[in-house]
Design a protein around this ligand. Sequence first.
Ligand SMILES: *Cc1c(COP(=O)(O)O)cnc(C)c1O
Length: 367
Amino acid sequence: MSMNLKELLNSGITELSPYEPGKPIEDLERELGLEDIVKIASNENPIGPSPLALKKIQDYLEDLHRYPDGNSFNLKRALSEKFNLQEDRLTIGNGSNDIIEFVSRCFLSSSDSAVFSQYAFAIYPLVIQGLGAEGIVSPATNWSHDLDKMLSSIKSNTKIIFIANPNNPTGTFLPKEELLDFTSRVPENTLVFLDQAYYDYSSYEQEDVTFQDIEKYPNLLISRTFSKAYGLAGLRVGFSYSSLEMADYLNRIRQPFNVNSLAQVAAETALSDQNHLLKSLELNSREKQILYKEFDALGFEYIPSLANFICFDCKGDADQLFQLFLKEGIIVRSMRVYGMTNHLRVTIGTEEENLKFINALRKLINE
Ligand SMILES: *Cc1c(COP(=O)(O)O)cnc(C)c1O
C-alpha cells in the first residue's frame, strides 16, 4: 500500500521550500577539515551576549526540571520598565519569528492576502504560504521598500503588511516620518507588522519608530528580538508590543511554554546591561565604516546599511565568490533565495573577523 501524502497536504505547503539558514561552522569544519572558521553569515552579535546574562543562566540550571513561567512575568516587567510599556500589551515569542507566526495565524486564512516587499525577509512568504494565503510581493526601489507601491499592492482581502526596518537582507532603512505617514494611509482594517529586529543598530544612528508611536496608530504592531544586538540568537527570544486587544488574540494561539526559562532570564538580564549593548553598537558602527572604506577602495558597490550587515555587489557571479570564501574558511551569506544573484551579505564581525574577510576578498579578486 502506498499513501498519497501529497494529496493530504494543506495547499500552499506543496510549493514551499525550507528556509536556508547560514551555513553552520560545524558543517564547514566537517566538509573541508578547516579550523578557525569565521561565520559572518547570520547577523549574530560577534562579541556574544552580556556576560551578566551568561552568568545568570548558570544559576538557573538546577531548576531546569521545572516548566518555565508561561507568562514570562519577569521579562515583561523588565521590558516595560526599560521602554515604559504596559506589560499586558507585550507578547513574548520563541524568537520574533514566533511572533510573525502568531500574527499570521491569527489573521490569515486561504481567502486572505498579505503584502511584503521584494527583497524582504524570507520568513514572511514562508509563513504566509504555509497558511494557504496569498503573498503579494511589492516591487522594491533601490533595494528598499517602496511604500507607495506597497500601498497600491493592497487588495480588499489584504490583512497584513510586513515591513522590516532596517530590512534584511538589504540593510535599507525607512525614516520614521515616512513609515508613520504610510501607516496612516493604509486601509483601516489592514495591520502593519513592523519588524524591528535591527532597531538597536538603526536607532543608534538615526531616529526610528518607537513603541510609543503605537498609541496613535492602533493598527501598528512592532516586533523586536534578542537574537541580534543582544547576542542571544541561540536561546530564541523576541517580543511584540501592540494594542491590548491584539495581544489578547496572540496569547490565545501562543503555546503556553513557548519561551524557555533560560531564554527568559538571559533576556531579562541582557536588558539591564546597557554597557554591553553600547559596546556592541559602537563596535558595529566603527567596523561598518572600515568595511565601507575597503569596499570603496576595491571598487565594490554596496547597499548602505543601518544594521549589522552589508549587502555588496560582487561584480559577477556571487555563487562563485561564496564558494571561494568557504575555502578560505569564511562563511558569508548567499542572496540567491532573494533573486540577488550578484550580491553577498556579510555580517559585521569583530575587528579580527572583518580583517580576515577583507584579506580574503583582496586575495580572491587578485587571483
Ligand atoms: C534575524 C531577523 C529576525 C529575528 O528572528 P528571531 O526569530 O528573533 O531570531 C526577524 N526579522 C528579521 C528581518 C531578521 O533579520
